[in-house]
Design a protein around this ligand. Structure first.
Ligand code: ADP
Ligand code: MG
Length: 385
C-alpha cells in the first residue's frame, strides 16, 4: 500500500525567491502510474524532488499512507528515484551497481544476492551482470538504473524524464519496459515528462502542470477530450488545438468572426446566455478540420475561411497551415491524398460536436452538455460514425 498525497504543496527557493510550485493538490492512488506533464520550468522536477525528500517543502502537507513525511529524511521514505542522467558507477560491474545501494543500507549478503538475481531476471540483465557500464548499450544502462531502484523494493518509484537521453526507437522500447514493470510490480509510480506522447501512453492519470500550478488532473483520454482550459487544450495534441477568437451572437447561439461561423449546439442555452455578445475562444482540433463538406454528413457544422500559407505533406497525412483574416494561423490535419497549394483561398469545415468553447478572459473551458468519462466515450463513439 502506498498512497502519496500532496496537500497545497508550495516551494519557494530562498526567503524572497519566486514561488515555483504553488498549492499543488494531488493524490496518487496505490499502484497508480501518475504522470506529471508540463513544459520545461513548470515545476515538475521540484515537485518530484519534494516527494523524494531531496528538496525541502516550503508549505503544505506531504503524506504517504496517511503519515505526514514533510520532515522525514529521504532515506526513510521508502521511495526510489530514477533520474534522466542515470549515473552508473563506471568502475563497478552491473551486479555491483545493482547491489551498491543495498550494501550501504547494510542488508545481508544473502538478501542482496536474492534481490539482485530476482531483478536481473525480471529485466533481462542476468547475462550482463559481470559487465562494466561502458560495455552496455544506452537501453541496457537504463535498465540497470531501473534495476537499481527495483532492488530496493520501494513502496513508491519516482522517475524524472528517464527516457530523454535515449534515441527514438529505444525510447519506445524502454517506455513499454517501464509499463510492463509497473503492471508486474503494481507499485505506485510517479513519472515526470514534458512529452505528451509518453504521458498519454504511460499514465493511468496525467497531472498537467503550468507555471507551478496544476492545470488539470485526469485519465489521458478524458484530459484530451475535455481539456479544462486553453493551456491543456494546446499542450495535449499535436499539432495543438486551433484557437480562434469569435463573438457569441445573440439569438442564434453561434460563434462568429470575419473568418469563423460555428453553431454552438454542444452547450445549453442557459450556459451560453452569460456569454452572449461577448468575446469567446472557439477551439477545434486540427484532425477535426475537414476540407470536404461531404464529411459533415448532414450534421450541423461550422466553417472557417482563410488563405493557405503552407502545405506539409508528411506521408501518412498532410498538414495545411491556414492564415485567417486578422492574422491568426490554424492547422488542418488532412488525408494524405489532399493536394493543396500555398497562397490560395480555402474553406474548412468542422462538425458542431467537434467544437470547444473557452472563456476569452480566463481561458477556462465552458462546460458542454455532457461531461465525465461516460459522456466522453459516447461522444467518441458518435464521432466515429
Ligand atoms: P521542470 O522540471 O518542470 O522543468 P523545475 O522543477 O526544474 O522545472 O524548475 C521549476 C522552476 O524552479 C524553474 O523556474 C527553475 O528555474 C526554478 N528552480 C529550480 N531549481 C532551483 C534552485 N535550486 N534555485 C532556484 N530556482 C530553482
Ligand atoms: Mg525537470
Amino acid at each position: 500500500m502506498a498512497v502519496v498525497k500532496l496537500d497545497k504543496i508550495v516551494k519557494r527557493y530562498g526567503n524572497s525567491g519566486p514561488t515555483v510550485v504553488e498549492n499543488v493538490d494531488l493524490t496518487v492512488g496505490d499502484g497508480e502510474f501518475m504522470v506529471l506533464l508540463g513544459p520545461s520550468g513548470c515545476g515538475k522536477s521540484t515537485t518530484l524532488r519534494m516527494i523524494a525528500g531531496l528538496e525541502t517543502i516550503s508549505g503544505g502537507t506531504l503524506s504517504i499512507d496517511g503519515r505526514v513525511v514533510n520532515d522525514v529524511p529521504a532515506k526513510d521514505r521508502d521511495i526510489a528515484m530514477v533520474f534522466q542522467s542515470y549515473a552508473l558507477y563506471p568502475h563497478m560491474s552491473v551486479a555491483e551497481n545493482l547491489a551498491f545501494g543495498l550494501r550501504r543500507r547494510s542488508f545481508s549478503n544473502a538478501e542482496i544476492d536474492r534481490r539482485v538475481s530476482d531483478v536481473a531476471g525480471i529485466l533481462g540483465l542476468a547475462p550482463l551482470l559481470a559487465r562494466k557500464p561502458s560495455a552496455l548499450s544506452g537501453g541496457q544502462r537504463q535498465r540497470v538504473a531501473l534495476g537499481r531502484a527495483m532492488v530496493r523494493e520501494p513502496q513508491v518509484f519516482l522517475f524524472d524524464e528517464p527516457l530523454s537521453n535515449l534515441d527514438a526507437a529505444l525510447r519506445v522500447n524502454t517506455r513499454s519496459e517501464i509499463i510492463k514493470q509497473h503492471n508486474r510490480l503494481g507499485s505506485t509510480m510517479i513519472y515526470v515528462t514534458h512529452d505528451q506522447v509518453e504521458a498519454m501512453t504511460m499514465g493511468t492519470r496525467i497531472c498537467v502542470m503550468n507555471a507551478g500550478k496544476v492545470a488539470q488532473i485526469g485519465a489521458p483520454l478524458d484530459v484530451y477530450w475535455q481539456p479544462a482550459n486553453t493551456f491543456v487544450a494546446r499542450f495535449l495534441g499535436s499539432p495543438p488545438m486551433n484557437l480562434m477568437e469569435a463573438t457569441l451572437t445573440s439569438g442564434d447561439n453561434r460563434a462568429r468572426s470575419a473568418a469563423v461561423d460555428a453553431p454552438l449546439s454542444r452547450w445549453t442555452d442557459t450556459t451560453l446566455q452569460s456569454y452572449t455578445g461577448r468575446k469567446v475562444t472557439l477551439g477545434v482540433r486540427a484532425e477535426d478540420m475537414m476540407i470536404d463538406p461531404a464529411a459533415m454528413e448532414g450534421q450541423p457544422f461550422g466553417t472557417v475561411k482563410g488563405r493557405t500559407v503552407a502545405v506539409e505533406p508528411l506521408g501518412a497525412e498532410t498538414l495545411l497551415l491556414v492564415e485567417l483574416e486578422g492574422g491568426s494561423e490554424i492547422t488542418a490535419r488532412l488525408p494524405r491524398h489532399v493536394i493543396a497549394a500555398p497562397e490560395q483561398a480555402v474553406e474548412l469545415f468542422f462538425r458542431a460536436d467537434a467544437a470547444y468553447l473557452f472563456d476569452a478572459d480566463t481561458g477556462e473551458a465552458v462546460a458542454p452538455k455532457g461531461t465525465g468519462s461516460a459522456a466522453v466515450r459516447a461522444a467518441v463513439q458518435r464521432r466515429a460514425h
